[in-house]
Design a protein around this ligand. Structure first.
Ligand code: FES
Length: 142
């Protein structure tokens, strides 16, 4: 006949199971932070005409598999960055009222140059080249 485990053994097993289950997302996040998935921006994409680029606006568009945030500054200059936050990869957005780039996941804030100014992100956003040709504004990796 098999011996019935005592209360301490049962509680230890529950504790080990809980620790194993809760550590999976933490370890997964750490691994993704250290070894971010290598997904290259591919090709180019027309995002509009010069007249359509309203000052102090921003939008997220897809370039290949990755989102890109395209911002028209208050001076009317178009700029673009990879839209994945450099903390854990959430998609950032432009805040017109503050003129900065914000990640709602953990509150990182980037200035208009893509540099982190507050929150957990410590690396700048990846700059994406913008090309203006024949009144067409495009983002490209070429
Ligand atoms: S993913 Fe952006 S602040 Fe954490």
């Amino acid at each position: 006949m098999q011996k019935k485990p005592d209360r301490r053994t049962v509680l230890n097993r529950i504790l080990y199971l809980w620790a194993a289950v809760t550590s999976v997302p933490i370890i997964s996040s750490i691994i993704r932070f250290i070894f971010p998935p290598a997904r290259a921006f591919v090709g180019s994409k027309v995002i509009g005409t010069v007249d359509e680029m309203q000052p102090n606006t921003g939008k997220v568009v897809q370039l290949g598999e990755r989102p890109v945030i395209v911002i028209t500054t208050k001076d009317g200059e178009p700029i673009a960055y990879g839209a994945n936050c450099t903390h854990l990869g959430c998609v950032v957005r432009y805040r017109e009222e503050r003129g900065d780039i914000y990640c709602a996941c953990h509150g990182s804030v980037f200035n208009i140059e893509g540099q982190p100014v507050s929150g957990p992100a410590s690396r700048p956003l990846e700059e994406i080249p913008i090309k203006i040709e024949n009144d067409q504004v495009s983002i490209t990796t070429a």
